[in-house]
Design a binder for this molecule. Structure first.
Ligand code: NAD
Length: 256
């Protein structure tokens, strides 16, 4: 039995992969970055991976072919893959940027889940963990396609929990706050440029949005994923759990 993690070659996905490996689990990652997939697969005898675009149905099928050949089954799926999408006022978003964000941040989760459910049922149960965002608890100006997908992930999670509970499959969403790393640095850079303020001001604003005045680390998310997949989380399903220092609000400070 393996743990399958989408977008697992970097950031939060990689931290989750590392955490499951530390627990002695076999981990298969899927990622669009071939070099990073190969490097990760070489990093540990219980790690393997498939280069694939998670938003491409045929390539997703190939991920499952390789997974089944190698491990014969699956008991944990982590739908982690996601892009930040455009930072722009809604009328300035190009339709192709909207479509690509929906494809990776929502369609991919469906593609992986539809292939995973028969395997989880065959395993006698299991766990699906969807990585959403603290942006799924409110709106977030200038990030419409991303936030729309993350809210959709909560509906997807709650519905699947109801459909699949009878098969012993638990489905939960983790909603991370701003995670230290290059991705949030890019979001801050674009946000600062658009609002005409310094990156330091944006970073401080993001921190002030949380009760704990903090960014989080990818490892914080990974520990929650481990807990949810373990027997300790055995009675938890259908939940959207913030790992975010408690986001009180996302700024409504938009350019005039
Ligand atoms: P990241 O950009 O650091 O890593 C994403 C990984 O996904 C990369 O390895 C990339 O190559 C891969 N990837 C991108 N497009 C792909 C595709 N089409 N097919 C397969 N792989 C693809 O991202 P991250 O910050 O670790 O984010 C992971 C998840 O956490 C996302 O769903 C994101 O929305 C969510 N999240 C992130 C933050 C944050 O602050 N970083 C906050 C809240 C939620």
């Amino acid at each position: 039995m393996a743990v399958l993690i989408t977008g697992g070659a970097a950031g939060i996905g990689r931290a989750i992969a590392d955490a499951f490996l530390t627990e002695g689990r076999a981990v298969h990652i899927c990622d669009i970055d071939r070099v990073a997939v190969e490097a990760y697969a070489k990093s540990h005898p219980r790690a393997s991976g498939t280069e694939a675009d998670a938003a491409n149905l045929a390539q997703v099928d190939r991920v499952f072919d390789e997974l089944l050949t190698r491990y014969g089954g699956l008991d944990v799926l982590v739908n982690n893959v996601g892009i930040a999408g455009p930072t722009a006022a809604v009328e300035d978003i190009e339709p192709e940027d909207w479509d690509r964000t929906i494809a990776i941040d929502l369609n991919a989760q469906f593609y992986f889940t539809r292939c995973a459910v028969p395997l989880l049922r065959a395993a006698g149960g299991g766990s699906i963990i969807n990585i959403a965002s603290s942006a799924a608890f409110s709106g977030c100006p200038l990030r419409a396609p991303y936030v729309a997908c993350k809210w959709a992930m909560i509906g997807f999670t709650k519905t699947l929990a109801m459909e699949l509970g009878v098969h012993g499959i638990r489905v939960n969403a983790i909603c991370p706050g701003s995670v230290r790393g290059p991705r949030i640095d890019g979001v801050i850079e674009r946000d600062a440029e658009l609002r005409g303020v310094s990156e330091q001001e944006i970073r401080a604003m993001y921190e002030r949005q949380t009760s704990l005045r903090t960014f989080i680390d990818a490892e914080d998310v990974a520990q929650m994923a481990l807990f949810l997949a373990s027997d300790k989380g055995g009675k938890i399903s259908g939940q959207a759990i913030g790992v975010d220092g408690n986001t009180e609000s996302l700024s409504t400070w938009i350019p005039s």
